[in-house]
Design a protein around this ligand. Structure first.
Ligand SMILES: Nc1ncnc2c1ncn2[C@@H]1O[C@H](COP(=O)(O)OP(=O)(O)O)[C@@H](O)[C@H]1O
Ligand SMILES: [Mg+2]
Length: 274
């Protein structure tokens, strides 16, 4: 069996196993909508008419090669970056064209795990997780302590409040980043490359955590990754970013029957993004 064929079989089996464990969800109503979005950085075009609808309660993974604009898409949603043309709405509210102050109520409903976790090195774990709570003037000191404790339990790292980022492994940092992302009890969690740079054991732990949080907190999750195996494990649907648009979107089991040539190339192991 060739390397490509074996990879294809492995992936197909992994996808089938994860699908067997979860039933295909009834699609919820649209929660986040990208409509004809255009974006360039100077001469570098990132999106040319990108459309994507994210439905309430689903886990959707956006896959695509390095530098295709996956992280930028999440940043545009949070309005950390602005788009040149088109509309983005979240919870029925327009994100595009909103002032910084008007973004706050939307941002507090969305938690983000940044690429590389992005912990503040000068703050211990407690203060890192408490950061969004303080920023949004949430609760008393005692309530914040309790909440931080709860968040760390959710990511299977109770009692590490006193640890500094420099004392944490890559996988632990991601989990603290995730604890911080859920601190405000968001309705949506954005994961930017949650498994990148981790060894296979930690990759599985993070994937399991994404699934567990999805189940426990009933959130809508948007995962951005170049790791297709991870994508199959955690997602209901997969969206493929290709040539400045979402070129294909479908349920994980539809990947195998897709007629889209890029999706076909991928499942046949002819292209790889790693
Ligand atoms: N703030 C920025 N200013 C200029 N160029 C940027 C900025 N952010 C990202 N880019 C460029 O946009 C492209 C897409 O970036 P990104 O979304 O980070 O890719 P990826 O799909 O790997 O996450 C890259 O070429 C990157 O260099
Ligand atoms: Mg990125």
């Amino acid at each position: 069996m060739s390397e490509g064929t074996r990879q294809y079989e492995d992936r197909r089996q992994a996808e089938r196993r994860s699908r067997d464990r979860r039933s295909r969800k009834e699609p919820g109503p649209p929660l986040i909508v990208f409509e004809d979005v255009w974006k360039a950085f100077g001469p570098v075009k990132i999106y040319e008419g990108l459309n994507l609808t994210i439905r309430k309660g689903e886990t959707i993974t956006i896959v695509g090669g390095s530098g295709t604009g996956k992280s930028v898409l999440l940043k545009c949603l949070l309005r950390l970056l602005t788009v040149d043309r088109g509309n983005i709405t979240a919870f029925g509210e327009q994100v595009t064209g909103r002032s910084e102050r008007e973004m706050l109520p939307i941002r507090r409903r969305i938690g983000m795990l940044f690429q590389g976790a992005a912990l503040f090195d000068s703050l211990n774990t407690f203060e890192n997780v408490a950061y969004p709570l303080r920023q949004h003037k949430w609760g008393t000191d005692a309530e914040i302590r309790e909440r931080v404790g709860w968040c760390l339990e959710q990511v299977n790292m109770p009692g590490i409040e006193h640890k500094w980022p420099s004392e944490l492994s890559g996988g632990m940092k991601k989990r603290v980043g995730l604890a911080r992302a859920i601190a405000m009890e968001p309705e949506v969690i954005l994961y930017d490359e949650p498994t990148t740079g981790l060894d296979p054991t930690n990759v599985r732990k993070i994937d399991a955590l994404i699934l567990a949080l999805q189940e426990r907190l009933q959130v809508t999750s948007v995962v951005v990754t170049h790791d297709m195996d991870s994508a199959f494990r955690v997602s209901d649907r997969i969206a493929m970013l290709w040539q400045r648009r979402i070129d294909w979107v479908g349920y994980t089991d539809e990947v195998w029957e897709a007629e889209n040539p890029i999706v076909r190339n991928f499942v046949n192991g002819e292209i790889s993004w790693e």
